[in-house]
Design a protein around this ligand. Structure first.
Ligand code: LER
Ligand code: MN
Length: 275
């Protein structure tokens, strides 16, 4: 297992839920703290220059773990279950750009709130069908680039569609694409899943990536989430992918990133030795 930290560009607004802003500075700081990579939160593929990214990564011996898409929803208002076909077309076009970039960096694109929601006057079945149709088109584009799409269950206070791992797994089966997986976030699981470790091992074949935060969304170690249970669940499922720190940058971004690395990196080291 490897560890990355969520970062965005300098101009990213507060709705971009990341620890640091500014790509190059974030890569330098993350490498210094022992992280293996960065999770890139982008609005569009044009947010970053791939040549510069490549040189920053190789200079600091870092990787991109995944491209995340929260800003596509929060800033551009685009999502998979949009009732308007032209808006769904836009989200597919925008994802195509992000997928091409992920083909060279990380080979994973996350779908958090961009999955959409059950809108006013929309039934669960209607939203689900729109999600399935859009996901299939996006997964088919992604498979041409060797990219996996990962759906993140998000808690009920943020969205009304796909809140826990059981619901995510059920939907993935309906979509029926090999390159579609689950991205659990233990902060959301702490609210929505009856158990964390047990749910991670139950859905091990679908779990491709994981977000770490403590119960209060501060750095792991500053809340009361049982990370031994999280790692035990991952071990039972023989997880060997990327994990990523996605936390509130509190009390300040540098202290938060340092505390997260100090808590999780030794756990990953022990985990990797005992797999
Ligand atoms: C995105 O990864 C996430 O966890 C959401 O809660 C952000 O709003
Ligand atoms: Mn998350």
């Amino acid at each position: 297992m490897k560890l990355s930290v969520a970062v965005a560009g300098k101009e990213a607004p507060s709705s971009a839920f990341v620890v640091w802003r500014g790509f190059e500075e974030s890569i330098i700081k993350a490498a210094d703290l022992g992280y293996h990579g960065i999770e890139l939160a982008l609005k569009t593929a044009d947010d970053i220059n791939p040549n510069k990214l490549s040189s920053w990564l190789s200079k600091h011996n870092m990787e991109v773990s995944c491209i995340s898409t929260g800003q596509v929803f929060a800033i551009l208002g685009l999502y998979f279950t949009h009732p308007d076909a032209s808006m769904r077309r836009k989200v597919i076009d925008l994802f195509s750009g992000l997928i091409k970039l992920a083909g060279d960096f990380g080979q994973m694109v996350n779908v958090g709130r961009t999955r959409g929601f059950i809108g006013e006057g929309q039934s669960q079945e209607e939203a689900e069908q729109l999600f399935i149709d859009t996901s299939r088109q996006i997964c088919d584009i992604a498979s041409e680039h060797g990219v996996t799409i990962i759906i993140e269950p998000v808690n009920r206070y943020e969205i009304n569609f796909v809140n826990n791992l059981d619901q995510g797994a059920e939907l993935l089966v309906k979509v029926g694409r090999e390159n579609l997986g689950l991205m659990p976030d233990v902060f959301h699981m702490n609210i929505e899943d009856a158990q964390i470790g047990a749910s991670l091992s139950k859905h091990a074949d679908l779990v491709k990536y994981i977000h770490f935060a403590d119960s209060n969304r501060w750095a792991p170690g500053w809340g009361h989430l049982d990370f031994d249970d999280v790692f035990e669940g991952l071990r039972k499922g023989d997880f060997d992918g990327w994990s990523s720190i996605e936390i509130l940058p509190e009390p300040d971004p540098d202290s938060a990133a340092r505390k997260a690395a100090e808590t999780i990196l030794p756990m990953i080291e022990t985990y990797n030795m005992n797999r």
